[in-house]
Design a binder for this molecule. Structure first.
Ligand code: SAH
Ligand code: SF4
Ligand code: F3S
Length: 455
């Protein structure tokens, strides 16, 4: 079949963003065309996130909204596919709540999409043309977690942005007591170096100059090297750094107690490795960290930060926080505020704890009232904002390196890029600089962004 139009919407983390980009490659190979307008599609695909309740509730409201949109405009009903983490977690339940959905696939089974879409389109045609509207949509589901199988079925990437993402690892074995990822993404498994490096070589040939290595726990990367021996994160980054066209390397996400001395050395010596370390701490209280099954203490965390900053004084830290975890007292929360003051993070995400199905924390006594969670979140965000603001202001007068990727939406004379620390930098400059890395002298800094001029 040809001329099939699909609309793909992505929720959740960078892993899902990566998966979605591969889905586009795969479907285009099968002569399907991506469309921006959701009303113009034969197939609607939602790549979903289950991390917090709000994220997963959003999927069902989106499904309902788009379904009703087609009814309102009296258009033929499209094929709906729900893939990713909600698909794994909710499974058959999705068909119960949204019977018009045809396809449900885990994030490790999306390579089955072309075949299932073709079947579902034939089925939906007969449903749409059925006189009595009594014909039901056929349901196809595969939520197995089969590790790296999908990578063998994906085509070579044909187009790359300047900033490219490469998944080096699937799943997570950490079993933090609040988290659904070990259930939705399965066991931790690393891709082999050869596969990752050939993907990156291809991306650099297609123009990528910044590479982001992705995994839920990249410090535990242990794929095989060319001699069949387990490699590690520092090992693979050193090899990526050898690609001439790759100028910047980032990796995410790190797990504090697994952060190795090899990585600290690499941050000392490898100039292509960006000096921003995303090291989620979640809480500053040792009691709460223990209940979360995070296998480090605040002291160990502070020690890693100290070692990193000693190795390379340019290093800055970003992080994730959860407030209102079961049994979190005001004293525990004070410990979190204290760590923010000590580390002076430059960019963070803070979340209210959200109890998730089939996680140990959901069953713990001592769940915290939502009002207290909201109030703590506000206080934490205030403190985080202060340190981000302080850092941004301290950048004024410095020359930073910026990879320009976009034209300003509000003022087309300005272009926007990201500096070493992923902060947006706005500069009045020619569009011909888009796609290049330039030295920029920072002239002003606010909480949200930096402004500067080409140095
Ligand atoms: N693997 C990464 C991040 C995974 S999810 C890590 O371990 O840090 C991204 C962030 O979502 C987490 O860092 C955590 O802060 C947040 N998160 C995960 N589960 C949550 C829950 N049940 N409630 C609130 N926030 C949660
Ligand atoms: Fe979830 Fe913990 Fe794994 Fe991160 S390390 S994905 S928070 S279980
Ligand atoms: Fe969400 Fe799944 Fe990522 S639950 S955060 S999309 S791994």
């Amino acid at each position: 079949m040809s001329n099939i139009k699909f609309h793909l919407k992505t929720f959740g983390c960078q892993m899902n963003v990566y998966d979605s980009s591969r889905i586009v490659d795969l479907l285009q190979l099968h002569n399907m065309q991506q469309v921006d307008d959701e009303l113009d599609a034969d197939v609607i695909i939602l790549n979903t996130c289950y991390i917090r309740e709000k994220a997963s509730a959003k999927i069902f409201s989106e499904l309902g909204r788009i379904y009703k949109l087609y009814l309102r405009f009296k258009k033929a009903q499209p094929v709906f596919a729900v893939i990713g983490c909600v698909a794994k977690a909710e499974g058959e339940n999705i068909f119960k709540r949204a019977p018009f959905v045809s396809i449900v696939l885990s994030s490790q089974k999306y390579h089955l999409l072309p075949e299932l879409i073709t079947q579902a389109l034939e089925n939906i045609e007969s449903v749409n043309s059925s006189e009595k509207k009594s014909k039901k949509v056929e349901h196809k589901i595969n939520t197995d977690l089969s590790g790296l199988e999908k990578f063998d079925c994906l085509p070579k990437v044909k187009k790359s942005e300047k900033v490219a993402f490469v998944q080096i690892q699937e799943g997570c074995d950490n079993f933090c007591t609040y988290c659904v990822v070990p259930n939705t993404r399965g066991r931790e498994v690393s891709r082999n170096e050869k596969d990752i490096l050939s993907e990156i070589e291809n991306l650099q040939n297609l123009g990528a100059i910044e590479v982001n290595l992705l995994g839920q726990n990249v410090d535990c990367y242990n794929g095989l090297d060319e001699n069949g021996k387990p490699s590690n994160l520092a090992g693979i980054i050193s090899k990526v750094a050898k690609f001439d066209n790759v100028k910047r390397i980032r990796y995410t996400t790190s797990y504090p107690s697994k952060f190795s001395d090899d990585m600290i050395e690499l941050h000392r010596n490898e100039k292509k490795l960006m000096p921003l370390v995303y090291l989620p701490i979640q809480s500053g209280s040792n009691e709460i960290l223990k209940k979360m099954n995070r296998k480090y203490t605040r002291e160990q965390y502070l020690f890693i930060v100290e070692k990193l900053k000693n190795a390379n004084p340019d290093i800055q830290i970003s992080s994730d926080f959860i407030v209102g975890f079961p049994n979190e007292t005001e004293e525990d929360f004070q410990q979190t505020l204290d760590i923010v003051k000590k580390v002076q993070f430059i960019q963070c995400y803070a979340f209210k704890y959200s109890p998730r199905p089939n996680t140990p924390a959901q069953k713990m006594d001592g769940q915290i009232d939502n009002k207290i969670k909201s109030e703590r979140l506000k206080r934490l965000q205030y403190e985080l904002r202060k340190s981000q603001d302080k850092f941004n202001k301290s950048c004024v007068g410095r020359v930073m390196s910026v990879l320009f990727t976009d034209v300003s939406k509000t003022n087309p004379e300005y272009i926007i890029g990201k500096n070493e620390y992923l902060q947006p930098v706005i500069v009045k400059a020619y569009k011909s600089l888009l796609g290049s890395i330039q030295n920029v002298k920072i002239t002003s800094g606010s909480y949200a962004n930096l402004k500067g001029e080409i140095a």
